[in-house]
Write a protein that binds this ligand. Sequence first.
Ligand code: VGL
Ligand code: ZN
Length: 219
Amino acid sequence: MNRALVIVDVQNDFMPGGALPTVRGNEVVPVINRLQPQFGLVVATQDWHPANHGSFASNHPGRKPGEVIDLAGLEQILWPDHCVQGTKGAELHPDLVRSRIQWIVRKGTDPSIDSYSAFFDNGRRKSTGLEDELRKNGVSDVYLCGLATDYCVLWSAGDAVRLGFRTHVIRDACRGVELERGDIERAFDEMRSAGVDVVTSRDLPAPARLDDTGLELPS
Ligand code: VGL
Ligand code: ZN
């Protein structure tokens, strides 16, 4: 087994006080920092929208965040402006350790379609390249953590399962938006039904021994 840690959208705008806050999203940072050394491959995603992005309520006169529209044929929840390319809000949380992150996937760059999943846009039309990166590294097991449980983590987990990876979500290293009360728990239920292994950071199997290139050695 070769496992990868995928850190989803641990960005300032998803922190308390940010443009699109998750509930206590800052609490994932120390947990994720403790997890990172247990993985040979660590990648991160960054929600990275142009200012004219179609998921922003501000780009639809008369619409408010939380409303649902049709965006180029797909159902789209409207959000406050968030993670605009090059802004402070789009940066990774300043305390997130970067030294082990080998690759950063930027998503949501096309103004006409949102991209919750780390793997594909919401229409599954274009790939982000993450699947290829994981396959190149011989990854069998994807461990997801980050923000938001009820959107980007949920969609990433579903795609990881469909792509055939053994998929684990580390629940204490995730936080959600909870637009509606219960969304976070429903997201975990949905993941379990889809075949995702929902674990806590305490339950992770002992880290494999890594060789000096970061590949797992056979146990
Ligand atoms: C996210 C809503 C809009 C997320 C990103 O990272 O979960 N949610 N954009
Ligand atoms: Zn977004």
